[in-house]
Design a protein around this ligand. Sequence first.
Ligand code: ADP
Ligand code: 5GP
Length: 192
Amino acid sequence: MIFVLSGPSGSGKTTLRDRLLKEKALKKIFVKSISFTTRPMRLGEREGRDYFFINENIFHSLRKNKRILEWTRYLGYYYGTKKDLLELSLKKGKNVLLCLDFKGASRIKKLYPKDTITIFIMPPSLGELRKRIEGRSLGTREEEISKRISRAERELKNVSEYDYSLKNINLVQAAKRLKGIILKRLLNKSEE
Ligand code: ADP
Ligand code: 5GP
């Protein structure tokens, strides 16, 4: 199955994903999809772990060669899902966990309607979201933070389009809830 975590930047998608994939039982049955991006690397990020950082020319050539399953433009940068990784994982019978924006979540749901579960991760408030974005990358320019917040306000309006939504107030609680949703859907699938 494919689980798509979506929601505003800074709501905690990556943190939740990485936390779940540290658990032995989930690690064995899941593959984390690592996207391509043309955005510059943040402090603390690593090539091939957080993203494959590429330039625009390479992005467009990958897109032309159909190596990108879906893509989006976010604050002037391109982001795209690596097609071969997702397809190979599904072929091997692994489940895939992706962190995507609304456009990406809708596209994946359209491509794999029966196998995709979309989960919207909500921040406790816009004030807390700002704090998290600021805390994640000290030195991020105010202009970029403001753009992310105004994009977040728009993205929050899409919450009803998702299969599930959960508020990430306390990390431990949110991870527990997310794991509950995932295990329930995997169990349902195995009983089909
Ligand atoms: P996203 O992937 O949605 O953009 P991140 O996972 O990078 O968001 O989280 C943004 C920041 O917020 C990170 O610094 C992360 O450590 C922090 N964070 C995530 N969840 C919580 C939480 N429940 N409480 C406090 N800080 C959190
Ligand atoms: P960030 O710059 O915070 O890492 O990501 C910005 C936004 O792009 C986030 O909402 C993130 O989930 C989304 N995103 C990251 N990779 C992809 C991708 O491959 N496709 C799509 N559609 N969105 C992505």
